[in-house]
Unconditional design. Structure first.
Ligand code: GLN
Length: 601
């Protein structure tokens, strides 16, 4: 096993995650099998308890692991399936060491950061790197390890020490360190400044790690004299210094690395030059070009709670992008704060209310994503009602499906007080209820997490067709509440159709409104398995319906063959609508995406 370690210096939010994933992409394109590990030096054992508002979305894996959103980037870029252990946190490492100490495994020794924590980190990396993640047998050839945070952070020290020891443990020719740094341009003189990078490389060396390759974030390509200066002061050959300048979309990063022969520098360091082939990135390049040239817009209103931070819904945005590119449309996400659609806002802030409704009404499709807590629920219900009554394409994910069912029961069945017991435990008509898979009384671990199977009960429905007429589909879940099975027949008699269910038939997984052009709710999160070039079925359906091509999508499984229109020059774009103001944002669809702290390029 060969290891590529990616560290970051100078400031956070340099796009280290995307850089590390892109390194994986070019290595994979060279014919190597690649896995990855993300190290998050925080104390939380996993991301499950972290607010998406603060830290970006919680990404969910097949095994139910709730992990950092960077793992989503790895899965999407490398088309792999990771495990919860591929995300290492300080909390997990300490917990494993303390558990061992309690069992008496340390035989009376004093348990210390060095060597016990540092050994545990190295053992963890070695063990997890061996897990196959690409569906093939046997371990991968290369493991890309991304160390979160910035060199010099107190909390990453044990990891730096462990990784220094690890490079020694695996030996020369098996370890390559890529340091991602910033080369700022001072406005006054317009000069690319190397000093911050020099300092951060010095810091890295001081901690026992020697970088082999420097990846410099900068607005423009590095000038030759700047490269020469960095080479001289950082003791890194100029051919091992690459520029990651600003790009129209993040799919350019692997191409940027390839153009600067970063793969050759890495392969040389890992003694793999003889084994690897020239990077085959034709498909990747074609898709990136298509994405750059999209012109005809498709507007999707995203009615959510966290509208200020696009990272909170990162995978949903990516899934929308994958589907839009497949349909040759330029994605425009109109971000609508659910609360702004509510009656209370009409009284308190009529302008805000009007602007929110104008945005919703101007959209070609409506998406209500997952969520927890009752803030904005009424607004989401109103959005679903608008989409249902006006035959606007609608996709409800998890909570989005639950509110669509509540809305239907209220408006069509006339059950004014029906609700989810999550929001009103006393409701006389609970149409969404708590259905734990395990014990009802046991506290904690009651979330239904990870991959579960959905069986299509109605073979002729839109979602079954979108999933290629499969008889079942495995998707990822993260929820506690579900449609009340005792109310299903009543809802179905009124026109809703629960077309996908679990193996018991008691858990409703997919709901459709057959009388509507495209009205689908899913209890699972299809966004987590969407990939560039392999868009999620129900997202493709939403975008296809929103641009009037659902028939083609249903027939061919994709629309790109039929749609040559929509190509010209332009970038996808995200617009945030909050408190009545339109804030154009580069969101996470453009430029280099960062570490989930809300900082973007
Ligand atoms: N709050 C809802 C539940 O727990 C929905 C969760 C979600 O959307 N991820 O079932």
């Amino acid at each position: 096993m060969k290891y590529v370690l990616v560290t970051g210096g100078v400031v956070s939010g340099l796009g280290k995650g995307v850089t590390a994933s892109s390194i994986g992409v070019i290595l994979k394109a060279c014919g190597l099998r690649v896995t990855s590990i993300k190290i998050d030096p925080y104390l939380n054992t996993d991301a499950g308890t972290m607010s998406p508002f603060e830290h970006g979305e919680v990404f969910v894996l097949d095994d139910g692991g709730e992990v950092d959103l960077d793992l989503g980037n790895y899965e999407r870029f490398l088309d792999i399936k990771l495990t919860r252990d591929n995300n290492i946190t300080t909390g997990k490492i300490y917990q494993s060491v303390i558990d061992k100490e309690r069992r008496g495994d340390y035989l009376g020794k004093t348990v210390q950061v060095v060597p016990h924590i540092t050994d545990a980190i190295q053992d963890w990396i070695e063990r997890v790197a061996m897990i196959p993640v690409d569906g093939k047998e046997g371990p991968a050839d290369v493991c890309v390890i991304e160390l979160g945070g910035t060199i010099g952070d107190i909390e990453s020290m044990p990891f730096i020490e462990a990784l220094g020891q690890f490079s020694y443990r695996v030996g020369p020719g098996n370890f390559c360190l890529i340091h991602v740094s910033l080369v700022p341009v001072l406005n006054v003189v317009g000069e690319q400044k190397t000093k911050p990078t020099q300092h951060s490389v010095r810091g890295l060396r001081g901690l026992g790690l020697t970088p082999n390759i420097l990846a410099c974030r900068s607005t423009k390509v590095l000038e030759e004299n700047v490269k020469a200066k960095l080479a001289q002061f950082c003791h890194i050959p100029a051919e091992n210094i690459v520029t990651l300048h600003d790009v129209p979309n993040i799919w350019h990063i692997p191409l940027l690395l390839r153009d600067q022969k970063a793969h050759e520098a890495i392969l040389k360091e890992l003694n793999l030059l003889g084994v690897a082939r020239k990077p085959a990135l034709e498909l990747w390049t074609a898709r990136t070009k298509v994405c750059d040239m999209l012109h005809d817009p498709v507007r999707i209103a995203m009615v959510g709670k966290y509208t200020g931070l696009s990272d909170s819904y990162l995978s949903v945005l990516k899934a929308l992008l994958h589907a839009s590119v497949a349909c040759h449309r330029k994605l425009i996400v109109e971000w609508v704060a659910a609360g702004d659609l509510e009656d209370a806002t009409a009284i308190e802030a009529p302008d805000v209310y009007k602007a929110a409704w104008d945005l919703l009404k101007g959209a070609d499709g409506v998406l209500v994503p997952g969520g927890f807590g009752d803030r904005g629920v009424q607004g989401k219900i109103l959005a679903a009602k608008y989409a249902r009554e006006n035959k606007v394409p609608f996709l409800g994910i998890c909570l989005g499906m639950q509110i669509a069912v509540i809305e239907f029961a209220r408006s069509v069945l006339g059950m004014c007080d029906t609700n989810s017991t999550e929001f009103d435990p006393e409701t006389s008509h609970p149409c969404v209820v708590f259905m734990p898979e395990g014990s009802k009384t046991h506290m904690g671990a009651t979330m239904r997490l990870g991959s579960r199977r959905t069986y299509f009960k109605v073979p002729d429905c839109k979602s079954a067709k979108l999933y290629g007429n499969a008889s079942f589909v495995d998707e990822r879940h993260r929820h506690r509440y579900e449609v009340n099975p005792d109310m299903v027949s009543q809802l179905e008699n009124a026109g809703l159709s629960f077309v996908g269910r679990d193996e018991t038939g008691r858990r409703m997984e997919i709901v459709e409104l057959p009388s509507h052009p495209y009205f689908i709710g899913v209890q699972f999160h299809p966004e987590f398995k969407s990939r560039p070039g392999k868009p999620s079925a129900v997202f493709l359906g939403l975008i296809g319906a929103a641009c009037g091509h659902l028939e083609a999508v249903l027939k061919y499984g994709h629309a790109s063959k039929l749609l040559t229109k929509g190509l010209s020059n332009g970038k996808p774009m995200v617009k945030i609508h909050q408190n009545g103001n339109l804030k154009p944002s580069n969101g996470s669809l453009n430029g280099v995406y960062s570490n989930g702290n809300g900082v973007h390029y």
